[in-house]
Design a binder for this molecule. Structure first.
Ligand SMILES: [Zn+2]
Ligand SMILES: [Zn+2]
Length: 347
């Protein structure tokens, strides 16, 4: 089968013919992948920017950690799944032994493996995943929407980390798929949301069509002016999803006293902070990364509503057969797309 693989600790990826995975072992299920999204992390791995060196010892392996499809086979001892079921998966697999794993926090396991970032993922026709990490898609949720569940769970977790309350003024920086998901999820929790981007007409237009209340393109205005125009005061929460380190200090400059700023981007640069100002402002600096078990049922429940699905589906701007994956990576890199889904079933 064709697979998009990371084979070397260097820029690029390879489209290679590989053997399909062996039959699922005990506790595992085999999935025929119908849709798999290209994520910002995949682009970082493709460009080989600093911060992804952890992948090198695991190469070669197949990328793709946002996938959904249909069960083809179940391993020994698997209950609750049968061939044909539409499923998606949380690709973060803990060791199962450490304290974090025992407490249900696989995202904190220091020996965790992520399908598509440490071992074979969904940019291929077939993938094998632990049944314990799979979720059956609700009625009406197709595989394309299923492939959005992973990034939406990441967005939901970021909003959870930000401790958003109804009525909060929330600034989201960065209109990529994660930023769009965060803005949408924050609105679901009753926040007043401003989503800011820089010279990013395509993705800010997408945000407006998804029902995001306020957007600002910082190519034409300053962040302070945009926040003032939208809220008339500093914001209660800032969630950064840009990966541009300067946006963190900029975000702090419009955050109210005792407000919370959550960093979700992957930053290849370090940050110098005005610590005394931060302390006097009692600014709470947090980080959100990956997601948690608790996020998945919340996301799946939101997707059960057809109106929600219609809004979120607007994020999917491109669908490509797997063999055109390298072109999809180039498009995502140039920000010519919002979410690109690869469809291994289409060849
Ligand atoms: Zn990702
Ligand atoms: Zn563990």
């Amino acid at each position: 089968m064709l697979a998009l693989r990371k084979t070397r600790a260097a820029p690029g990826l390879e489209a290679q013919e590989v053997r399909p995975p062996a039959a699922p072992g005990p506790g595992e299920i085999g999935i025929r992948v119908a849709a798999a999204g290209i994520c910002g992390s995949d682009i970082h791995a493709y460009e080989w920017t600093p911060g992804y060196e952890f992948m090198a010892p695991h190469m070669p392996f197949t990328l793709g950690h946002e996938f959904a499809g249909h069960v083809t086979a179940v391993g020994a001892g698997v209950e609750g799944f049968a061939p044909g079921d539409a499923v998606t998966a949380w690709p973060t697999i803990g060791c199962g032994q450490c304290r974090a794993c025992c407490e249900g926090r696989n995202q904190d396991c220091q020996a965790r493996r992520i399908l598509g970032l440490h071992c074979d993922g969904g940019f291929a026709a077939h993938v094998v995943a632990p049944a314990s990490h799979c979720f059956r898609l609700p009625d009406g949720v197709d595989a394309e929407m299923g492939a959005l569940c992973e990034p939406l769970s990441i967005a939901d977790n970021a909003v959870e980390v930000a401790e958003i309350s109804p009525g909060d003024a929330v600034l989201v920086l960065g209109p990529g798929p994660i930023g769009l998901g965060i803005a949408w999820m924050a609105q679901q929790r009753g926040a007043r949301v401003l989503l800011a981007g820089f010279d990013d007409t395509l993705r800010l237009d997408c945000a407006r069509r998804m029902g995001i209340g306020h957007t600002a393109d910082l190519a034409g205005t300053s962040l302070a002016a945009a926040v003032q125009a939208c809220f008339g005061e500093k914001v209660d929460r800032v969630i950064e999803a840009t990966g541009v380190t300067a946006s963190i200090t900029e975000g702090l400059s419009v955050l109210r006293s005792s407000g919370v700023l959550v960093i979700t981007g992957i930053h290849s640069r370090s940050l110098e902070l005005p610590v005394t100002t931060m302390v006097r402002n009692k600014h709470q600096l947090r980080a959100a990364h990956d997601t948690s078990w608790a996020a998945w049922p919340r996301v799946l429940a939101l997707l059960a509503d057809p109106a929600h699905r219609a809004q979120l589906a607007l994020m999917i701007t491109h669908r490509l057969p797997l063999r055109e994956g390298p072109r999809g990576f180039e498009m995502a890199r140039r920000k010519d797309a919002v979410k690109i889904l690869l469809r291994p079933g289409d060849g």
